[in-house]
Design a protein. Structure first.
Length: 268
């Protein structure tokens, strides 16, 4: 006796059928039936690797515990990874910056699924890497796309994720004098979005919710004190519509974790 779908799974394994690609259709296998009418799925996460840019110079480290089997052979391939909670695309829990704040396992599942509003500041960032998303940016966005709904994830699209392949200096925006420059959110915009729109959290395609020139990390503090999460080091936000996508955040639920690497998906 076979459970429903077992035959298809066995045939897929033995016949080499693989479903790949962001649209999951016409690229090696049949398109699955997405719920709620969603037809696109985009991965907004950087792949963790030993050369991944980050906030400090400590890189993810991997050790092979069991070598992969030769091509086509069966065998268990195992690696051991060492990295900080705030590596690559990751979620900041409130407890990352506020004493007594909630940690990753305390965040309710429904808080990790949110409609996305993508605010594009890439044109301004190209001229001023120290720019920040402002309340005026939020209001201008709403004049075109409508009011940001309660429980939304508000994402800054700066174009910065294109720098990840160029290494630490490019991602950090290192200037000739050694200072760092990349965009983020203003504290005022975060406060407005939380108090007036009731958002679930904010996300950026840079290393930090705050612009690199910040010395007091005010955006982090506003978001953390409001018991909201932040997403950092997203990628591919240029592929999302300004509104209409649903964000899902699969974050590593470490015990007492102040944050965790995440695989963030957008569906629409």
């Amino acid at each position: 006796m076979c459970l429903n779908g077992t035959g298809e799974t066995v045939r897929a394994r033995t016949e080499g059928t693989v479903v790949t690609g962001d649209d999951r259709a016409g690229t090696g296998g049949p398109a699955p039936s997405w719920p709620l009418g969603y037809r696109r799925v985009v991965d907004l996460s950087h792949v963790i690797g030993p050369s991944l840019p980050g906030w400090d110079d400590e890189k993810p480290h991997r050790e092979t515990l069991a070598e992969p089997a030769p091509d086509g052979d069966f065998g268990f391939y195992v690696q051991r990874w060492t990295f900080s909670e705030h590596t690559g695309t990751h979620l900041d829990a409130p407890g990352h910056v506020i004493g007594g704040g909630r940690m990753v396992p305390d965040i309710r599942p429904e808080e990790l699924v949110a409609p996305a509003a993508v605010i594009d500041v890439s044109a301004r960032t190209a001229e001023d890497p120290d720019t920040a998303v402002t309340v005026d940016d939020v209001l201008a966005f709403e004049r075109v796309h409508g009011r940001i709904p309660e429980g939304a994830a508000v994402l800054m699209r700066s174009g910065w994720s294109a720098r990840w392949e160029r290494g630490d200096a490019a991602v950090r925006g290192v200037a000739d004098d050694g200072s760092w420059h990349f965009p983020g959110f203003s504290a005022e915009a975060c406060a407005f979005l939380i108090s007036r729109r009731g958002i679930a959290g904010v996300g950026v395609d840079t290393l930090s919710t705050d612009p690199a020139v910040s010395t007091d990390f005010a955006a982090h503090e506003v978001v953390g004190r409001a018991d909201r999460w932040g997403l950092e080091a997203l990628r591919g936000l240029d592929r999302l519509p300004p509104v209409g996508a649903l964000l899902t955040i699969g974050v590593l639920p470490g015990a007492d974790a102040s944050g965790g690497p995440a695989r963030v998906l957008a569906l629409w």
